[in-house]
Design a protein around this ligand. Sequence first.
Ligand SMILES: Cc1cc2nc3c(=O)[nH]c(=O)nc-3n(C[C@H](O)[C@H](O)[C@H](O)COP(=O)(O)OP(=O)(O)OC[C@H]3O[C@@H](n4cnc5c(N)ncnc54)[C@H](O)[C@@H]3O)c2cc1C
Length: 433
Amino acid sequence: MAISVAIIGSGPSAFYTADALVKSGIPCTIDMIERLPAPFGLIRYGVAPDHESTRKVSRSFDKTARGGGMTFFGNVEVGRDVSLAELRQVYDAVVLAIGAPFDRPLEIPGADKKGVHGSAAFVGWYNGHPDFRNLDPDLKVKAAAVVGVGNVALDVARLLVRDRKELEATDMADYAVEAICASDITDVYLLGRRGAQHAAFTIGELREMGELDQASPVIDAASLPTNFDDVAEEDRRIRQKMVEMLRGFAGLPQGKPKRVHFRFNCAPKEVLGGDRVEGLRVERMRTEGGRALGTGETEDLPVGLVVAAIGYRSPKIEGAQFDEKKGLYPNRGGVIEPGLYAVGWAMRGPSGVIGSNKIDGQTVAKTIVETLAPGTKPGRPALEELLAKRGVGLTSYAEWLKLDAAEVARARPGAPRGKFYAVEEMLKVIGRG
Ligand SMILES: Cc1cc2nc3c(=O)[nH]c(=O)nc-3n(C[C@H](O)[C@H](O)[C@H](O)COP(=O)(O)OP(=O)(O)OC[C@H]3O[C@@H](n4cnc5c(N)ncnc54)[C@H](O)[C@@H]3O)c2cc1C
């Protein structure tokens, strides 16, 4: 009997797992269960809209989906429509590819004020994710702080200072384009607790900050390190290159209407104001042996918006052991326990690039094939029966293609697509509303 595999989620880690299972040549049935009618996870809802070329990785996922080796069950949420225990009863293998969609909270006084957002919510908002389309951040402020020094922080800072022409050429949600264009933001502060040598920017993303039409990067060259002893040897060359790029920013002519200020050794201490953000108190830090230590010296930044890009957590699904501290599923090489696996951000936490998920998928697929063939459980027919009994309106990949075509057809001129934001709206477009 073929091995029956249920993959929960349809982001990169899910598709790479499915692809590796198909390519193994071992008889298996693969069902991909996604809570939204649209597939591709953060490729659709995380990757910055002005990085359309990165999104093109979904073409290879589309090939896997159309190849006949897997079935897409959209609009089915594990934990709501079907439990993990039920899936494990009917599938030989269940793979958690559910990502890490929840923000790690900014734990400082005042972080509950209006105008403080996590980057998962903020990015989901501008990318038209159904969960965050109503976030409605107030951008009628003059300055914003983005806490964090990784690529997500760069994405948020960059998009806040782009102009209408640049944004309209992307698939950014209409409401977000309007809000950003109507915004008064001229200054964005990017804050890192430790020295610049510990920032997690990639070179390509950082380079863009020096090439923006409307904004100049601002950095004090004296704040940059010349000593890299506290950086792991394997990372040293790339971090030196990154710091040299930042040093180059310090020499760029200013004069553009907006600015992105890079502040390293600078930790947020308190969000200031009444109900809403009126400022952010930061403390100057010093980095010793790779650790940030406070100096007691503070400064109040005049910001009206704070976006915290300080990491993510996986959703907790009942029936699988969960590491509350790390926000992921403890595993060995993707194995949580025999028959239950994790890949991607649910396995490793939120790190690496899209391609990192490929290794996870291949590793887990290999383990499944080597340890579970031949299969013993019925898989798909049992799931279909269960969902039908519960009246769950699942959607197919063919229906996603219909939605995809409708989004492409309604795109702004020059933009790749115009997303539908609400699940009800998506269902209506595919004739299920
Ligand atoms: C803002 C942002 C920008 C990024 N930009 C880049 C970039 O430019 N380049 C790059 O290389 N990497 C980028 N990344 C990283 C990349 O997106 C991740 O490596 C990758 O998406 C992780 O894949 P995943 O499959 O683990 O999770 P995800 O892509 O998050 O997919 C998880 C899927 O599971 C579904 N799901 C969750 N819970 C359930 C449930 N209970 N039932 C059913 N389905 C469920 C979700 O709806 C989602 O579709 C970015 C990440 C972020 C956050």
